[in-house]
Design a protein around this ligand. Structure first.
Ligand code: APR
Ligand code: ZN
Ligand code: ZN
Length: 370
């Protein structure tokens, strides 16, 4: 066992705290990872606010890259010294989804078996709940070996670690879920980290036009840098009409985009996506709605009559061992600008400040360097 510094959310709505935690030596199926960089994601804030569940205290952080320090006795495939991105989809290979070949829907993804615990104070020994089974706002963390995906060790940790969650969700929403490719038009509604990643993924796949829609001009600038060919400020103009107009300019007879990606997670923007797609097009919902949200007044005849498919995308339908090394290689070749997602590098003490900055529109990702 080792003691390391880590950031936890002790109780609902309370500011995060820097504490010392106990990290067990890796047992069977586990790996101990020295974290080098970890992005600050909305999901960490949702955990802190009690929006995910009540299993406080949480060990936050889950968009990380680092170096394997030790592995459990039976672990093959990764070894001490390997540079890895942590993932929250270590597929089991044995559940019904895995057996029928839908690994991205695995019902039994793996996490570390042993628990990390608080080291000091009156509640020393309390077990921690790692965010998304990772917990990487820590100098070291214990995960399932399958949560470590080996990638090119010369890549910048702060940039490629972001593939561990939000950036993969966006790229995968376009490429894996939406089937975006050359010759297809794409519109992305909501240009935060996830939406902009969907734009970068669409650009990588060769789609055109790629239309970025947001209510914030600043976000639209970032979208342009990552490959949007057109931008639509939907606080000023009707997003559906604009998307249809732009697509018709490129493709004769087009009546909307082939793929519309909703990266906000709200009924009104999902409905815009629904009506902005061309006949037989695809809507991908990657934004996460809250349980109370409903889509009002959607005539069933429009669902039937417009054909196509209405999909949701969890973690970009990614398979980490297939997708991370490939995307890191594209990054290393200069074809995928992951650096553009890293707005600032911060210390482990600056996470509360990073939460505050999330909503001001200037930050795609703050990344903690450990
Ligand atoms: N129309 C268009 N864009 C909107 C609207 C709207 N009505 N409301 C908000 N937006 C934009 C915001 O301006 C912002 O740029 O949506 C974007 C949301 O971005 P972030 O808050 O940075 O969130 P992000 O990390 O990109 O995640 C987006 O995906 O994974 C989920 O939980 C996550 O639901 C969230 C979504
Ligand atoms: Zn499975
Ligand atoms: Zn995340």
């Amino acid at each position: 066992m080792q003691q390391v510094k880590a950031v936890i959310a002790r109780a609902k709505g309370q500011p995060v705290e820097l504490v010392t935690i106990n990290v067990p030596d890796p047992g069977p199926g586990e790996a101990l990872v020295q974290v080098q960089a970890c992005g600050v994601c909305h999901t960490d804030l949702h955990y802190r606010e009690g929006g995910i569940n009540d299993d406080f205290p949480f060990l936050l952080g889950h968009e990380a890259a680092g170096v394997v320090e030790a592995v459990g006795p039976d672990v093959t495939g990764i070894a001490p010294g390997d540079f890895v991105i942590l993932n929250w989809r270590a597929v089991c290979g044995e559940c019904r989804a895995c057996k029928r070949g839908d690994l991205q829907y695995c019902f039994n993804t793996h996490n570390a078996t042993q628990k990390m615990t608080l080291a000091d104070g009156p509640d020393a020994g309390t077990e921690l709940s790692p965010a998304l089974g990772i917990g990487a706002f820590a100098e070291k963390t214990l995960v399932a070996a399958g949560q470590c995906t080996k990638v090119d060790p010369s890549a910048r940790a702060a940039a490629v670690g972001l593939l561990g969650c939000g950036v993969m969700a966006g790229i995968g929403a376009a490429i894996n879920t939406g089937g975006v490719t050359r010759g297809r038009s794409v519109a992305v509604i909501g240009c935060g980290g996830v939406g902009v990643a969907a734009i970068a993924g669409s650009a990588l796949a060769g789609a055109s036009p790629i239309i970025a829609v947001d209510i914030s001009a600043k976000k639209l600038e970032a979208a342009k840098r990552l490959g949007a060919t057109h931008t639509v400020d939907s606080s000023q103009v009707d997003a559906i009409e604009e998307i249809k107009r732009i697509c018709a300019e490129t493709y004769d007879g087009a009546d909307g985009a082939d793929v519309v990606i909703e990266a906000v997670g709200r009924p009104e923007t999902w409905k815009q996506a629904f009506y902005a797609r061309d006949l037989a097009g695809t809507v991908v919902l990657v934004g996460v709605p809250t349980p109370d949200m409903k889509v009002p007044d959607l005539p069933l005849i429009d669902v039937f009559g417009r054909g196509g498919s209405l999909k949701s995308s969890w973690y970009g339908d990614c398979l980490p061992d297939r997708d991370f090394p490939m995307l890191v290689d594209l990054y290393q070749q200069g074809r995928l600008d992951l650096d553009a997602f890293v707005t600032e590098e911060i210390g482990i003490d600056d996470i509360e400040a990073a939460f505050d900055k999330m909503h001001d529109g200037d930050v795609l990702r703050s990344v903690v360097i450990l």
